[in-house]
Design a binder for this molecule. Structure first.
Ligand code: ADP
Length: 524
């Protein structure tokens, strides 16, 4: 073998070794260029590559003082663009940059270098012209066809290096994009290895479980995402089959309540999707965790609604029907008093039904965002007196006291709605103090408005219920609360009306001693 062929083989070997040792692209191009210059007995070399913007730029140079590379631009000024396939085919078939030698003269003069010969070859990947390699001589004869053939091997190496770098970049870009997608997904996502240990744990899941990613990584999934059912029994996480199965068999889904470190309870649905290796053995599992709390709540609300409505409607309807049928009996001749009492009951129960239906309509109107106020100046003591008056006749065991300062200013509100608020609160105060006692209705002027209160000496409300009693249909389900009739709509309406007035409502209560409901109303 000829000497230079041996040397070429050595150079190429060195370059491929460097490639497998994962040198960065810049060093690989420099090594390739240096080898090519040496073997072609040149003095100067350049590699230009296209950037993402399709512009060719010098990416490696050899034997060239810094800053001079820019003078060489005319040598590649009219190479066809990356996407220009037809231009490329022409360029490759007659790969001779037109007037190359003449352009070299201009470049050499501009750069002040004594360059006399040039050979150039394209760098091509998958029929795309990604750049070119140039070798120059300052002395000696022109490059031969054999030189050009030698250079081709180096051009191929440089193209492969670029291709590898592109692939590597693509993979890491994709990985970064995937990581960003997973991390920013609104769903909880974790990726488990074959042993069920956490490899990836996203932000949503950190929020759902209260574990942060750093703590969770490397732990068994079952330790971090703990699920329980309504009876507080543990629910195992879904586990895909260890060997490849049909898509339907492989996907597994469970629902349960997350045992959470801090934060309100959460109901989730967990789907496990397996990834199998080529041999069909489980390599990883992806767990998607969706917060279905609201969905569950909506379902529960619906069934509560149905049971409350049917229960609350049934009693008055049964009474009305019972009394009406009794009165209608052909064989009976009722005296006037019995008639009147029965008709009173029918009337009261019909009122009760009307009130219930109004509350339901009102609640659904509020839900639809349609609570309209007709505000005017409202004198609270007078309004409270009217409300209390209605209750005085209904109970013998309760005392009512009004407690407003004489100079209390009028508030700006809808009198009918505010009457409803007071009447719901006073009705509750009576309902939930079955042993009687005093019910106070009063108000105080404070900074920006008026605070109104309704206090009783009744059964009180357990602290853990105090935040929820204002929710739609929420009722306390223990002891006397359970035995007292109601829909759980009263306080929901109170809250909606007070908030529509720009105020807020809250409760303070000591179980067994009584409750105080308070709300604020802004002054006119
Ligand atoms: P209900 O129709 O059940 O009375 P509300 O929305 O008015 O519905 O009240 C919700 C729950 O709050 C009630 O079921 C009751 O358990 C509790 N509650 C309301 N007011 C009082 C009160 N003054 N004393 C004790 N518990 C009360």
């Amino acid at each position: 073998m000829q000497d230079y062929q041996l040397r070429q083989r050595d150079y190429l070997l060195e370059i491929s070794r460097a490639m497998t040792s994962r040198l960065d692209l810049e060093s690989l191009l420099e090594l390739t260029l240096k080898s090519a210059v040496e073997i072609l007995r040149g003095q100067v070399g350049l590699i230009v590559l296209r950037g993402r913007d399709d512009v060719l730029r010098v990416r490696a140079s050899y034997g060239l003082p810094a800053g001079l590379a820019r003078f060489f631009q005319p040598l590649w000024a009219d190479l066809p663009g990356m996407r220009d396939r037809s231009g490329l085919r022409d360029t490759l078939s007659r790969w001779r940059i037109p007037d190359l030698q003449m352009r070299l003269g201009m470049v050499a003069a501009a750069a002040g270098l004594a360059l006399s010969q040039v050979v150039a070859l394209p760098l091509v990947i998958e029929e795309k012209l990604i750049g070119a390699i140039y070798i120059f001589r300052t002395r000696g004869g022109a490059f031969s066809a054999a030189d050009q053939a030698l250079l081709a091997a180096f051009a191929d190496q440089a193209a492969i290096a670029v291709r590898n770098a592109e692939l590597y970049q693509q993979v890491s870009d994709e990985r970064r994009a995937l990581e960003a997608i997973i991390d920013n997904s609104a769903e909880g996502v974790m990726i488990l290895d074959a042993a069920g240990q956490i490899q990836v744990f996203n932000r949503a899941l950190a929020h759902m479980t209260g574990w942060d990613a750093q703590e969770a990584l490397g732990r068994p999934a079952a330790e971090v995402l703990v699920l329980r059912d309504r009876q507080d029994q543990p629910i195992p996480l879904p586990a895909p089959p260890p060997h490849r199965a049909s898509a339907a068999e492989a996907r597994a889904y469970v629902e349960g309540d997350v045992v959470r470190r801090g934060g309100p309870p959460l109901t989730v649905g967990v789907t496990a999707t397996p990834l199998y290796d080529e041999e069909g053995i489980l390599a990883r599992a992806i767990l998607n965790v969706v917060d279905i709390t609201r969905f569950r709540q909506a379902e529960e609300l619906k069934s509560t609604f149905v049971s409350v409505v049917s229960h609350e409607l049934k009693t008055p309807v049964a009474l009305i029907k019972g009394y009406a049928e009794t009165l209608r009996r052909e064989d009976a001749d009722w005296d006037r008093d019995t008639m009147r009492e029965s008709l009173d009951v029918i009337g009261e129960e019909a009122d009760h039904l009307t009130h219930l239906i109004d509350s339901l309509l009102e609640a659904s109107r509020i839900q639809a965002g349609g609570l309209k106020l007709e505000p005017t100046d409202v004198h609270l003591p007078r309004l409270a007196e009217k409300v209390v008056e209605g209750f005085r006749t209904q109970t013998d065991i309760h005392e009512f006291e009004l407690d407003f300062p004489p100079d209390i200013p009028p508030v700006w509100g809808d009198p009918d709605r505010l009457r409803e608020v007071l009447s719901n609160l006073v009705s509750n105060a009576v309902k939930y103090s079955p042993d009687g006692g005093t019910v106070w209705v009063g108000g105080r002027v404070d900074g920006s408005g008026v605070t109104v209160y309704v206090a009783d000496q009744g059964v009180g409300i357990p602290p853990e219920e105090q935040g929820r009693i204002f929710d739609r249909f929420h009722r306390v389900e223990t002891g006397l609360h359970r035995r007292t009739e109601g829909t759980g709509l009263g306080l929901y309406l109170v809250k909606a009306i007070v908030e529509a007035h720009g105020g807020r409502v809250w409760v303070e209560s000591a179980p067994g001693r009584g409750s105080i409901f308070m709300f604020t109303l802004p002054r006119r």
